[in-house]
Design a protein around this ligand. Sequence first.
Ligand SMILES: [Fe+2]
Length: 213
Amino acid sequence: MNREMYRDLTPIVSHKLEGKFRESIESGVVCKLDLSSVAFGASLMVNSTKVEERRLRDMDGFFHDQEAYNGADKQELVYRTYYFNFDGMSCAITEMFPGSIGNEFYLTKGHFHEPPEMSEIYIFLRGHGVSVMQNRSKKKPVLIAPLMQGTVVFSPPFYGHRTVNIGRDVLSWISIFNTKARLNYEPIVKEGFRALIVEKDGRATFTMNTSHI
Ligand SMILES: [Fe+2]
C-alpha cells in the first residue's frame, strides 16, 4: 500500500475514509502520475466539440438531504465538462467547483455505462476529491479512491462512478472512454450510491446510504 498516493489528502479526511482508500489502491484501480512539470493549455478547451454545464437546478434527487437542496441557490454551477470526440474514443475535461448541500460535498450525478462492460480512465489535474465506484452486484465492495493532481483512476467494467470535490478549490480531471458508451443515470436516480461522502468534524468521511435499495 502506497501512502504517498493520498499524502496530500490526509489532513482533511477521516481514518475511516483512509481505510477505504487502502482498499481501492490494493484493488489496482488507481495509480499516480507526476504532473508537476506538465502545463495544460486552456486552448484545448476552446477546441471542444461540446460543453455541458450542471447547475444545482439540474441535480434534483442526486443529493441525500433534499431539504437542504430545496433551500439552495439553484443557479449555482456545480461542474462544467468539455467533450472531445475522436474516432472510437472520446475524452472530456471536467472542472468541478467546491461546495456542499447539507453535509454532503458537491458531486457529479454519477452513471453506469451502456454497454456496462465499457470502462473509463480518469487523470486528475488539480484539486482534492474522491471517486466512488460501485458494481451493480451488491456483493462487491464499493470502492472509494483518493484523488489529487496526478491520480489515475481506472473505473472497471460494470462499475458506476461518481466524483466528489472534498477540497476548497476547483477539482479538475480528464476522462477517456469509448465513444459508443452511453451514460445511464437511471440506476443512480432510482437507488442512489451506496456510500455518501460527507463532512464530519471538519473532515471528509463516508457514510453508508441507508436509503439505498
Ligand atoms: Fe463514465
